[in-house]
Design a protein around this ligand. Structure first.
Ligand code: FES
Ligand SMILES: [Fe+2]
Length: 348
């Protein structure tokens, strides 16, 4: 199966699929990623697997069937598949009908589970799959996130990514007493450099106008990395402690994008204030969602984007990185990162 390349989705790369706790042992989970139907399950050992969610016999979603041990049984005629997607039983066959079952296959997606996250590799061509690198990781001191939030944005992944990374919308979209106000706007100057599949805002002291950082303490440094296909990792050092925010942007289809925000922390006092923090996180992401929803109303008439210096340079980098990665994967060449060490200045 060769996938649709016209949808503007990067392939041959790892995407965040679901949190580990969303995939229960013994259950099948059906989801759509990049417009493709996928069924996720766990083997008896707990190891996750992912297959195309369509029975090769007559097209029923395999997720409507059941998981028996490590095998998936289709609900229509009971064909069984192992977790690699190979057919191992067709109940209607008589003993003298020898159909070669091993030739009947359901496409099988590579899956990895790391720090409470399940990642799926989305290939451009299943017959000719070249596994690229490992999914993005948070420091392995964290086995699972402490706080999570999930939201669906009604837009293409590109708008979700550039909307979330946009440094200039803060005082307008996220205006609030605990984040920032229009009055607190001042000039920022931040140094960026290339990283693995993306770029980083190098380690710095966070903005003095963010109360959200102030509650963590005084001795704070933060580093924010962005990498393809749409992964932002903010690592905040608070003295010897660590808070990591992982934001993942995954296309469901051309007009729907899922955002997962996962926070990991090493300090126990944050557990006490978690019930207060969660509504803020939710509200913050909701504000980003609401603004892209409004944007969609305009974009249906006018598709052109205007990206200016320096506030939209990260958005420009995103498109350049995407093109570079896509070309490299297509031509089977090494990826060349187009980002260089740069200082960006903007007011927010
Ligand atoms: S459709 Fe799945 S077994 Fe027939
Ligand atoms: Fe935002």
């Amino acid at each position: 199966m060769i996938t649709n390349q016209e949808d503007g989705f990067l392939r041959d790369i790892w995407y965040f699929a679901v949190r580990s706790d969303e995939l229960k042992l013994g259950c099948l989970l059906s989801l759509k990623l990049l417009g493709e139907p996928i069924v996720l399950g766990r083997k008896k050992t707990g190891q996750p697997f992912a297959l195309r969610d369509i029975c090769p016999h007559r097209g029923i979603p395999l997720s409507d069937g059941r998981l028996i041990g490590d095998e998936l049984e289709c609900c229509y005629h009971g064909w069984r598949f192992n977790s690699e997607g190979t057919c191992i039983c067709i109940p209607s066959l008589t003993e003298d009908q020898n159909l070669e079952l091993s030739r009947i296959k359901v496409p099988n997606y590579p899956v990895q589970e790391l720090s409470g996250c399940i990642w799926i590799f989305m290939p451009s061509d299943f017959r000719n799959m070249e596994l690229k690198k490992i999914p993005p990781t948070v420091p392995d001191v964290f086995s699972k996130p402490a706080m999570t939030e999930k939201l669906t944005f009604p837009c293409h992944i590109d708008h979700a990514v550039i909307g979330l990374m946009d440094p200039a919308h803060g005082p307008f979209v996220h205006q609030s007493w605990w984040w920032r106000s229009r009055k607190s706007v001042h000039t920022k100057s931040k140094v960026f450099g290339p990283t693995d599949l993306g770029f980083a805002m190098l380690k710095h002291k966070p903005s003095s106008n963010s109360l959200a950082y102030k509650i963590l303490g005084r001795d704070i440094e933060t580093e924010i990395t962005f990498r393809l296909p749409g992964i932002r990792i903010e690592t905040i050092h608070v003295g010897r402690n660590l808070v990591v925010g992982l934001t993942t942007v995954t296309p469901i289809d051309r007009k729907t994008t899922q955002i997962n925000h996962l926070v990991f922390w090493s300090m126990s006092y944050l557990w006490l204030i978690k019930p207060f923090l969660k509504p803020f996180l939710k509200r913050f992401l909701q504000q980003d969602r609401d603004i892209v929803e409004k944007q969609q109303r305009g974009l249906q008439y006018e598709h052109n984007l205007m990206l200016i210096n320096d506030a939209d340079v990260q958005a420009k980098w995103y498109f350049r990185l995407k093109k570079s990665y896509g070309d490299a994967a297509k031509n089977k060449e090494p990826f060349i990162n187009p980002v260089e060490l740069t200082t960006l200045n903007w007011r927010s």
